[in-house]
Design a protein around this ligand. Sequence first.
Ligand SMILES: NC(=O)C1=CN([C@@H]2O[C@H](COP(=O)(O)OP(=O)(O)OC[C@H]3O[C@@H](n4cnc5c(N)ncnc54)[C@H](O)[C@@H]3O)[C@@H](O)[C@H]2O)C=CC1
Ligand SMILES: O=C(O)C1=N[C@H](C(=O)O)C[C@H](O)C1
Length: 233
Amino acid sequence: MRIALFGYGKMGQMIEQIARNRGHEIVAKIDENTQDIDFNSMDVAIDFSMPEAAFGNITKCFNNNVPVISGTTGWLDKYEDAITLCNDKKGAFIYASNFSLGVNIFFELNNYLAKMMQNLPEYKVSLEEIHHTQKLDAPSGTAITLAEGVIANSNYSEWKLDNSSDTILPITSKRIGKVPGTHTVDYESVVDRISIKHTAHNREGFALGAVTAAEWIIGKSGVFTMRDVLNLG
Ligand SMILES: NC(=O)C1=CN([C@@H]2O[C@H](COP(=O)(O)OP(=O)(O)OC[C@H]3O[C@@H](n4cnc5c(N)ncnc54)[C@H](O)[C@@H]3O)[C@@H](O)[C@H]2O)C=CC1
Ligand SMILES: O=C(O)C1=N[C@H](C(=O)O)C[C@H](O)C1
């Protein structure tokens, strides 16, 4: 498979390593200075760039009939526009706030736990995410997906950073050293606490998930998620 990397930072470099080990070819490494892009040279694009760059990169790929795997976070105000364009162009698209197998299982667990806790108002929910100090967006995309999972299965109506009430689900973001990504969901009552936590030890899981998604999307058209790729039901 001929892969073009949109963004060749920490994640782009990790994806290159995993993709080569799986027998794929990296045909382009695109960054903010790239002038000419040969879209005919690629079978699939993987975008791990920056919040302000992601939508433009995705748009160019759809306009050139290239399937897109999108891992960049912090651009979701334009997500619906990306879906519309993908459908108009009969393209293929997967966005995931987190491509790792472990986090996608964690998402399922989070939804299940939220359903079980739905009618137990004595438990207050809160989310915490910890990442490295170079991270540009807060809260993390993963924390937003977790919050959306809780909200869909509870009486909370919205999430906010560092702000809570009976209807506002609080998210706390911490930036510490080189932490690859740690997410915790807490249910706290006066008598006890239930916590679920995912800790990434490195970036390999994110990169492997993105390459697996790229392998999976070849030959398909439509908008998909990691639930489809991982067959999580
Ligand atoms: N969905 C997931 O599983 C994961 C998502 N991420 C997200 O991926 C993104 C990238 O993360 P890192 O690699 O750690 O960041 P990074 O800062 O190390 O790399 C970003 C790269 O994007 C490049 N870039 C800037 N403008 C560009 C443009 N117009 N086109 C192409 N490239 C451009 C920069 O030159 C830089 O090298 C972030 O949004 C992060 O939150 C990170 C890890 C996992
Ligand atoms: O920027 C990162 O590093 C990460 N970003 C993603 C996010 O915002 O959730 C995924 C992962 O936690 C690492």
